[in-house]
Design a protein around this ligand. Structure first.
Ligand SMILES: Cc1ncc(COP(=O)(O)O)c(C=O)c1O
Length: 430
């Protein structure tokens, strides 16, 4: 399709007014929140009635024995590492590409993050590169189900079993995704989820933790509420004594009620995201130089984000990938496609890893007397992650999740991509 690009003054491929806002807030959601105010119970010493019900419903949705509600996904992951016995000076292996909410919980436990490069096709941790990073100090593996696609869990569980490591899943982006028929977040020893407003299941903010392990669940409850042991059967009695280090990681009642109401529609939102993601992949795979995200046949994704790769070389273009990416972003945005980069560098590039004095101070946790390893955060160790940032973009932004968009919009998006790729000469000449 020819036609002047919108970036050069042509008509937009995507008309205004087609995009739905996320989260999708219904009358039922509003009523659920108002009911909390009418009840006048906004929190509980361990958890209030809405948070307790959310726990039960999330456990049932996933077929897990225990679900615990938290105030953030980051708190759920920190708690998972604590529950699994990660201690100061232990190493925890995770992917080089994720949000800070994956690596900070490791540091919060005064443990040492060890990063592994990604698989360029799935954007998840490259499971074949984990073993070479395992040392006698490694205590846990923390794979992330990036953008909603489960990581290679069989390979990861096998390494966990071989070396006696806990496996904690960062399922913060993967509510309802499956791996070989199993729910994301129930495959390892523990799995943490985020209820942040951008997620397919939203509470505004919040988190959830799943485990089948009774002992882990008890330790997690302690950490969540000031290190206390609170009797589930008799909540009238509270000793206030701390039995471990603890935080106040409780989920409030208002976000819990909102999340419960949203949970009723999670299967519907995931189905829309999958329909839209599959449609985009089918359409965009017809365009030379575009690489839709790979979804291996043994798993499903819920497309929390739709990351699209591109290959300027396949198009015979002599242009630096990052320049091509930036031109694409500008052109697609001008056509009315919502696009974003979502992150610019792998986690080991973050200043907190490059300058070890700015985190806790005093070089902790790396300079702790409990740590005698020599982890490096040399960016050359993560070539696939570095390349991914230069050669991919995300279709949609956090306020316009594809969980809520109509097919009409997706059709316009496909048209916009065709238009831009039919006019690459025009795009690159300026
Ligand atoms: C992969 C990943 N891990 C961890 C987190 C942390 O979750 P939260 O923002 O709820 O603390 C998020 C979400 O933002 C995430 O996307």
């Amino acid at each position: 399709m020819k036609g002047r690009l919108a970036i050069n003054g042509g008509a937009r491929a995507v008309p205004e007014g087609l995009k739905g806002l996320w989260p999708d807030i219904t009358q039922a959601d509003k009523a659920a929140v108002m009911a909390v105010l009418d009840r006048n119970v906004l929190t509980g010493q361990d958890h209030g009635p809405e948070a307790a019900a959310l726990q039960e419903e999330w456990a049932a949705f996933n077929g897990s024995r225990h679900a615990l509600a938290f105030n953030t996904g980051t708190a759920s992951l920190h708690t998972a590492l604590f529950a699994a016995g990660v201690q100061p000076g232990d190493e925890v292996i995770t992917t080089a590409f994720s949000f800070s909410g994956t690596c900070l919980p490791i540091l919060q436990q005064q443990a040492i993050p060890v990063f592994v490069d990604i698989d360029p096709h799935t954007f998840n941790i490259d499971a074949s590169k984990i073993e070479e990073k395992i040392s006698e100090r490694t205590k846990a593996l923390l794979p992330v189900h990036m953008h909603g696609l489960p990581a290679d869990m069989d390979e990861i569980l096998a390494l966990g079993a071989k070396y006696g490591l806990a496996v904690v899943e960062d399922a913060c982006q993967a509510h309802g995704s499956t791996y070989k028929g199993r729910m994301a977040g129930t495959i390892g020893d523990l799995g943490g989820f985020s209820l942040n407003a951008t997620k397919n299941l939203s509470g505004g903010e919040g988190g959830l933790l799943l485990t089948d392990n009774e002992e882990y669940a008890e330790r997690a409850k302690m950490l969540r509420t000031f290190g206390e042991k609170i009797d589930d059967q008799d909540r009238r009695f509270r000793s206030y004594a701390c039995y471990s280090i603890g935080w106040n990681y409780r989920l409030q009642e208002l976000p819990a009620a909102f999340a419960r109401s949203q949970l009723k529609r999670l299967p519907q939102y995931n189905a829309i995201a999958q329909r839209n993601g599959e449609f985009l992949s089918e359409q965009l795979s017809k365009i030379t130089g575009l690489k839709p995200p790979l979804v291996p046949e043994d798993r499903t994704t819920v497309y929390y984000k739709y990351r699209l790769g591109f290959d300027p070389e396949a198009l015979g273009l002599e242009v630096a990938p990052a320049r091509f990416r930036d031109r694409l972003l500008d052109a697609l945005e001008a056509e009315g496609v919502t696009v974003s980069l979502w992150h610019y560098e792998p986690m080991p590039a973050f200043p907190i890893f490059q300058d070890r004095d700015i985190g806790y101070g005093n070089g902790y946790p790396w300079r702790s007397p409990f740590y005698d390893g020599e982890v490096t955060y040399d960016l050359q160790e993560y070539p696939q992650a570095l390349r991914m940032f230069e050669t991919s973009l995300v279709v949609h932004d956090e306020k316009h999740s594809i969980t809520i968009q109509d097919m009409a919009l997706m059709e316009c998006y496909a048209e916009a991509f065709h238009k831009v790729f039919d006019n690459l000469d025009e795009l690159l000449e300026t």
